[in-house]
Structures are given as C-alpha cells and as structure tokens.
Design a protein around this ligand. Sequence first.
Ligand code: ATR
Length: 276
Amino acid sequence: MNHLYGVIGDPIAHSMSPVMHQAALEDSGLEGTYMKFHVTPDALPQAIGGIRALGIRGVNITVPHKVAVMELLDRIDPLAESIGAVNTIVNDNGVLTGYNTDGPGYVEGLQKALVGDVTDKSVLMLGAGGAAKAIFYSLASIGVTHIDIANRTETRAADMIAACPFAISSSFIPMDEAGAAVSRYDIIIQTTSIGMSPDVGHSPLAFDSVKEGSLFSDIIYNPLETAIMKRARELGAQTQNGLEMFVHQGALAFEKWTGITPDTETMKKIVLKQLG
Ligand code: ATR
C-alpha cells in the first residue's frame, strides 16, 4: 500500500523527520512518501480536515501545534491526554487518534543507555516545559518513583507535579540551587532550551561533581554535545544527547502507522548525516 505521511509545524523547513521517516520506509521495504507541511496556527483546522479528506495515513505534529491539535481529533490516547500534547496522529479510515510518542520515545532511548532498571534510579529533571512534562509522566507511567524538578519558574514545576496521574515522589528545587544537588542523583535529564543552537555554550547551572556511575542526558541534539553535557562528561558522568529521543519518538510513530518496528540505527545514521 502506497501511503502518504507527513509532519505539520510552523516553522517546518529544518525538520529532519522527512529524511528520517523516508529512510525508515525504504529500509522496511514499504512504499510511501513522507512530506513536510508548513501550517500556520490559523490554518490548523483545515490541515487536519485535509488529513481526513486526502487519506493521509500518519502525521507528526510539531511546534507550535502539539496542544491546539488535540481538540481537532476524534480520540486521544490516555497518556497523551495526561501530558496534554499530541505529536503523532494515526488516521484509521477518517478516524484520527492522537498519541504522544515524545515521552515514551525518550524512555526507550534512556533504557538503551542504562545498565539496570530505570525504576530503581533517582532522577533530577531540569526544566518543566512541554518536553519535560512528556518525559516526567512517561517515566512515572513505567514505575519510576522519584523525580525531582529544578526549574526557573516554581509554579510551572508545581503544576506539573500536582497533575501527574501516576504515583510519584517529587520535590521542587530552585534552578539556582540545583547545582549543589546534582551529585545526589543517578540520572539527570536536561530539558530546557538553554544550550540549544544558536545558544551554544550556555548552561542552565554550574556544578562541581557528579555521582559515580551517573548518567547525564540532554534532550538537545543540536549541538550534539551541549556545554552542560561536556561539563558532566568531564566530571565522569556517562552522557547521552537528544538524538535517541528524536529517533525513538519517530520509530514509535512509524510503528503505529505501519505495524512495523523500524531499524533505529538506520534512522539515527541518516539524521547524523543530515546534521553534518
Ligand atoms: P519545550 O516544549 O521545548 O519544553 P517550553 O515549554 O517553552 O519548551 O519549556 C522551556 C523550558 O526551558 C522551561 O522549563 C523554561 O523554564 P521556565 O518554566 O522558567 O520558563 C526553561 N527555560 C527556557 N529559557 C530559560 C532561561 N533563559 N533560563 C532558565 N530556564 C529557561
């Protein structure tokens, strides 16, 4: 079956989803075309209608539409509902279902880097925005029981913790006090936009030590190593950038559309090549 797929966003020119999904389609022996669609917020309802009318099988939703798209869909997966954002739409004969694969994709990538069970680990998350919420709720949904949140704005972190639908023990740490706390945690997850290109070289916090055997994970992949990741690596932490999250959110979406689990190494290679 020669299906059509795509990604909707504003801006969309630099999205790497098309090359990544096209490679996954070819690698899986499937016919199909994955396109990018530049859709402004005022045109989102027509664009969603277009998915139904044109029979587009699967769509990724990116900035700034992940929240606004929800009310335009027929069904929302419970995890996406709790996160309050959708990044993947599956079209079953005109019935559109929204999923969030960002959080579960992050968890899959994290599990690849970890020795042992993630649910035993103590976690510190930097940031309380949209990406942080997807990751926080996804980790809580698989049984992680301790995730502290450091953020600039306390209310945002407090709201995220309070609305979590899964059992979790979580304290707020002001961002400017988090540097001293870093060495207490097994896993540190950096979700703020600080350090992302073109903000290269900036870091959300300063710290002098990391816990032995700890993992520092940054969801940024441009640059491939942020300033804070470099610091954590130099202090002895294992580090992981955001490429695994990006690839795995795409792979989970691909699976929902096609029923096939794509080769994430092929997907990662093509994104790395694209990043130059
Ligand atoms: P995303 O969807 O990528 O997570 P977002 O929802 O805008 O984006 O969240 C951005 C995160 O980065 C938030 O945690 C934000 O902190 P606040 O809640 O205090 O706004 C954090 N962030 C962005 N710029 C920041 C800055 N200059 N200093 C500190 N935190 C910053």
